[in-house]
Design a binder for this molecule. Sequence first.
Ligand SMILES: *Cc1c(COP(=O)(O)O)cnc(C)c1O
Length: 405
Amino acid sequence: MTTQEKTQNYVLQTYGRFPLTITRGQACRVWDENGREFLDFCAGIATCSLGHCHPRLTAAIAQQASTLMHCSNLYNIAPQADLAELIVEKIVQQAGKIFFSNSGAEANDGLIKLARRFGQQSGRYEIITFQQSFHGRTIGSMSATAQAKIHEGFDPLLPGFRYLPPNDLKAVKAALTDQSVAFLIEPIQGEGGVNPMSREFLTGLSALAQENDLLLLLDEVQCGFGRTGDLNGYDTIAPGLRPDAISWAKGMGGGFPIGAFWIAEKHAPLLGPGSHGSTYGGNPLACAASKAVIETIISEDLPANARARELQIRERIASWNHPAITEVRGHGLLLGIGLDISKLAIPEDKVPSIHLCSALLEKGLLVPPAGPTTIRLIPPLNVSAEDVDQALAFLKDVLDSHLSP
Ligand SMILES: *Cc1c(COP(=O)(O)O)cnc(C)c1O
């Protein structure tokens, strides 16, 4: 049996997979089982921040794996303490405390628990989230996600969420009730189509949160740790924003599974002893990996590379004046190419973005879709100018060859 056949026979079929088996990676490239090379602008969905097999990351993992892989949060863990210090002092740069999880959905579940605790005294529990958001697949984070297709068939959802249109402060003001307890928002929606929030909207939410005693919870799972051209996604959009809590995962581990959330110091006592936990969360190996990733992002100034490559991508695409491209959305290396589907010849039974991503894969470029009419560019943060040139050439070829006659 091929890997593809085995996957179909033995792995639960929850994903629509492209017909590719990746067996090896190096920097911004991966290879399939037949040795064919691909340029990787998917990067494990904005996860392999340093590309594949970065020597600092592989060395940190090897070193920690042969020292102490796992113990338990019943004891102090040096790599966990070091990583928490690094994130608080160098990334958030605001007094607060970190909880380590294993994924983004788990981190967001932690934020939901924080909001519930915060609202206990006043009997409030309603968290406001935004249409097209994506917060994860656990029952909690899925209920926070305002996308019908993610909820389908899973009723009843976790109660206590209200979904509003993003970038519409008036709608938020009108929707606040004495039940409202928090806003949970992605500064740039990733899975929902690469939709950035405006500066006015984020600062407006922050002001509303302060006036009404609500928490401002940021989901930086996809946009955090340098991806947008700053160490925090919200710093790119609304510098100086003071969230009450932040969740992360994806890029913070560079491919090693780890997630986390930070809570501002004044709220940290809400989650005290016995209130939350995870067997694996913050384990020595995961924390050593994440520490190597974050230190490399800082020491190699990868946010600066993300900004430079964004500029390169925007200038090149603008120079095409391409009939099928409506806009480039996003910040840094979290970019969405918006498509005018009416200009493209796409089979009627196909989702346009997925059809084009398949064609790009055939060419030799891996990119994920973001919603039905957007192609996402989320390469490693250390991607070179040459690799960006190559990827854009593939993109232009594929769009040109799909123009309707
Ligand atoms: C991917 C993602 C999640 C879920 O993270 P998992 O690690 O898959 O659980 C949550 N929020 C955002 C913004 C994401 O992009």
